[in-house]
Design a protein around this ligand. Structure first.
Ligand SMILES: Nc1ccn([C@@H]2O[C@H](COP(=O)(O)O)[C@@H](O)[C@H]2O)c(=O)n1
Ligand SMILES: C[C@@]1(CO)OP(=O)(O)OP(=O)(O)OC[C@H]1O
Length: 157
């Protein structure tokens, strides 16, 4: 079996929504990103790639590449899922933690888990999404941006 971890941060910027776990959430700010800035999916992709020592999301989808401007990050996740299967591995489970004061993630977690499971081709019970504030401390606490951490376990097919 192989274990992987991933971490991603995006700063808040102008806009009226954020995308998290493939869910568009109305918010008074957007995020600064080349793609849709989905920190859940970016952290998850990095964890999955890390588990197989296949580099990181920026190596597979460079932020200098115009093809990925405004991209739906679910496409990145589906590509990574194909890489996992090509290596003859399957997901054991994944656990993602989002860190931000707002927006609230918990009301959307079930839909997010469904999106991630669909893209990974696994059962929703294999995918966890949860959130915490940082008690108003640090950049997330000041509302300057949001972060996500992911851990995954991959099993041989
Ligand atoms: N962005 C967030 C942050 C937190 N939650 C939920 O609120 C609970 C309490 O958060 P604390 O940081 O005070 O522990 C947390 O357990 C989450 O369920 C959220 O949905 N979105
Ligand atoms: C996702 C990519 C796509 O170009 O760009 P960003 O949306 O800026 O996100 P980041 O988390 O910095 O990861 C790098 C890139 O792979």
């Amino acid at each position: 079996m192989r274990i992987g971890q991933g971490y991603d941060v995006h700063a808040f910027g102008t806009g009226d929504h954020v995308v998290l776990g493939g869910v568009r959430i109305t918010h008074e700010q957007g995020v600064v990103a080349h793609s849709d800035g989905d920190v859940i999916i970016h952290a998850l992709c990095d964890a999955l790639l890390g588990a197989l020592a296949l580099g990181d999301i920026g190596q597979h989808f460079p932020p200098t590449d115009e093809r990925w401007r405004g991209a739906d990050s679910r496409m990145f996740l589906r590509h990574v899922a194909q890489l996992i299967h090509a290596q003859v591995y399957r997901l054991g489970n994944a656990d993602v933690t989002v860190v931000c004061e707002r927006p609230k993630v918990a009301p959307h977690a079930l839909v997010m888990r469904g999106n991630l499971a669909a893209d990974l081709g696994c059962d929703i019970q294999q995918v966890s999404v949860k959130a915490t504030t940082s008690e108003k401390l640090g950049f997330t606490g000041r509302g300057e941006g949001l972060a996500a951490m992911a851990v995954v376990l991959l099993l041989p097919m």
